[in-house]
Design a protein around this ligand. Structure first.
Ligand code: HEC
Length: 126
């Protein structure tokens, strides 16, 4: 019998706690919380979007030979961290390929080639 009373007390205590734990009880509060959540979307500028896309293209097409940092040099690939080519020259290499590097003109669009060529520049260390 004593056990039952203790159990009942516990139940009551839990129920009381749960009641107190509801901070947003009125509908107005709930509405406010909703609009606050809407007002703070993840801010991604167009520029970082383009960079993320270029990174994705690089990861998909270039990492096999150049490595994630650009300095892997598989199949004789040039170390991109030390590349001194201009954007135009890089676009040409990526578009038409060079030696063992495969051409990407049939794989990527002109815009994709340009953005990945720009991305390559961010890999430079010197
Ligand atoms: C099959 C392996 C391979 C793949 C895949 C590859 N490359 Fe290359 N890349 C090479 C090789 C090899 C060279 C060096 C060519 C040479 O010595 O003439 C090179 C050279 C380059 C250069 C010239 C660097 C310089 O300074 O001379 C750039 C820029 C470049 N790659 C970018 C890319 C990009 C961007 C991608 C993905 C779209 C890519 N590569 C995919 C093998 C590859």
């Amino acid at each position: 019998m004593k056990k039952l009373i203790v159990f009942a007390c516990l139940l009551f205590a839990v129920a009381a706690c749960q009641k107190e734990e509801k901070p947003m009880s009125s509908p107005a509060d709930r509405k406010k919380a909703k609009t606050e959540a809407k007002a703070t979307p993840a801010k991604t500028s167009k520029k970082s979007d383009a960079n993320a896309e270029a990174k994705r293209i690089y990861k998909l097409n270039c990492v096999v030979c150049h490595g994630i940092k650009g300095d892997m040099g598989a199949s004789g690939a040039h170390d991109l961290t030390k590349s001194e080519l201009s954007l135009k020259e890089r676009i040409t290499v990526i578009t038409n390929g060079r030696k063992t590097m495969t051409p990407f003109k049939d794989v990527l669009t002109k815009d994709q080639i340009k953005s990945v060529a720009k991305y390559v520049e961010t890999l430079r260390t010197e």
